[in-house]
Ligand binder design. Structure first.
Ligand code: LLP
Length: 434
């Protein structure tokens, strides 16, 4: 009935998430409100781990890409689920460390890590720093030397794969700011340099070909390219790379027409390629790391809004204004991302209206979506936008000094706040009042 199967309709005709009535949530916690279904997140983690056990004999680690949604509670949940973590800034690392996350299971990313970030990662004993460029390798080796330690690293490689997704979120092709290029021998030279560094231990290589990818083929292709490179390093440098991090990017269903491959299919096919390639190339099977972000949290989340006004412009369109917008969900503005919308208090009715849902920011482009199918809508209704668990809260802003919404986790029939709603005092928190 809805894009995410944790959503349903109760006897009052209200939309439910887990076992909780979303109209009640809006009443109890206010709107706009991010709501996440904890049970669903746990189930997804479990299915990722089970697929690795089934198809790759458990020789892998799933590092949740925390950029998709990060807070203390989420880091704790991932730790309890036995996941690793991908962080990309000192802010994400700080959150993880404060949550008591096992640093050995953290991969630290970023194409321009500052000295401060590198020092923090080294001091925190992060298991793998994913080195993006030669300057970073040199700086990291120097920092580790000064501290008298050796740090584990992976090198980020651009495998030259052009995955079919939005231009801004594909990263594995040659024209990308991320990583070392294979074609130009840049990657091979970096490997030589990393092996020669005294205070880094090269554990393996990493690639990430993009995000919201539906097909498995580009992932199979990327794995094959990376294994050829591991073989080249073994044959020419007599150095065995133990780990292969294949990044994240698995697509999810935002609207009915989306048809992402199930993760199980991905793991089955990619494991097959890895095993075949390893025996052909006579290299050992690497420990595999995966970094899903979106696919862990997107479908588990919804955003609730209250309708404040409706403007029907005859023969043009109907604007439905909600009490949030691009500040809590900038993805339509950035990528023209499509979402499904439901009137939460009329979820049992047919979606027979077509509307544009607009936000409250002072910006004409501040839209959640255009031509959205929705039930007959009135001022005061609660709207739910579905599958907003990834890259919504984490990409939110305070434009127009709008306070960020709260995040509530639902666990079966229980609901509790994990991130408080910002207050007006939060808005002026850093202002110097002279
Ligand atoms: N690993 C690396 C190195 C990444 O750069 C990313 C995402 C991931 C893992 C996780 O990818 P996922 O499984 O979530 O697709 N803001 C955009 C998405 C940007 C993704 C950036 N990197 C959006 O809202 O669609």
């Amino acid at each position: 009935m809805f894009v995410s199967d944790n959503l349903s309709v109760n006897e009052k005709g209200h939309l439910t998430i887990g076992k909780v009535d979303t109209v009640e949530l809006a009443k109890d916690f206010g709107t706009p409100l991010y709501v996440m279904d904890e049970m669903m997140i746990k189930e997804v983690c479990k299915s990722f781990k089970e697929s690795i056990d089934k198809y790759y004999d458990g020789k892998g680690l799933v590092c949740y890409a925390s950029k998709a949604f990060c807070c203390l509670y989420m880091c704790r949940l991932m730790s309890l689920e036995g996941m690793g973590l991908d962080v990309v800034s000192n802010g994400e690392l700080y959150t993880a460390m404060k949550a008591g996350f096992d640093a050995e299971k953290i991969c630290f990313h970023g194409n321009n890590k500052t000295d401060e970030e590198l020092e923090y990662a080294v001091d925190s004993k992060v298991g793998r720093i994913v080195v993006d460029n030669i300057y970073e390798l040199e700086r990291l080796d120097r920092i580790a030397k000064a501290k008298g330690v050796t740090v584990g690293i992976l090198l980020r490689i651009k495998p030259g794969i052009d995955a079919h997704t939005h231009d801004f979120i594909r990263t594995g092709q040659i024209d990308s700011k991320f990583g070392f290029a294979l074609e130009t021998e840049e990657a091979f030279e970096a490997i030589k340099k990393a092996i020669a560094c005294e205070n880094v231990k090269l554990r393996g290589i990493h690639c990430h070909i993009g995000s919201q990818i539906f097909d498995v083929d580009p992932f199979e292709h990327a794995a094959a390219v990376m294994l050829d490179f591991i073989a080249k390093v073994k044959n020419e440098l007599n150095y065995e790379l133990d780990e292969l991090n294949l990044g994240g990017g698995f697509g999810i269903k935002y609207v009915e027409s989306d048809n992402p491959s199930p993760f199980e299919t991905y793991m089955e096919k990619v494991s097959k390629v890895v095993k075949q390639k390893c025996s052909q190339l006579n290299i050992k099977q690497p420990f595999i790391i995966l970094e899903p972000g979106r696919s862990i949290v997107a479908s588990a989340g919804i955003t609730l809004y209250t309708v404040g006004g409706i403007k029907e412009i005859p023969n043009i369109r109907t604007y439905v204004s909600v009490d949030g917008g691009m500040t809590d969900n900038p993805r339509y503005v950035l990528y023209r991302s499509q979402y499904e919308a439901v009137v939460a208090n009329k979820a049992n009715l047919e979606r027979n209206k077509t509307v544009t849902i607009s936000g409250k920011s002072c910006e004409s482009g501040d839209l959640i979506g255009e031509n959205m199918k929705i039930q007959d809508i009135e001022v005061g209704d609660t709207i739910a936008i579905l599958a907003t668990g990834a890259y919504n809260y984490s990409m939110s802003s305070n434009y127009n000094r709008i306070a960020k919404p709260a995040v509530v986790f639902v666990n079966e029939s229980r609901a509790h706040v994990v991130v408080k709603r910002e207050t007006l005092d939060d808005i002026i928190r850093n202002d110097i009042d002279v």
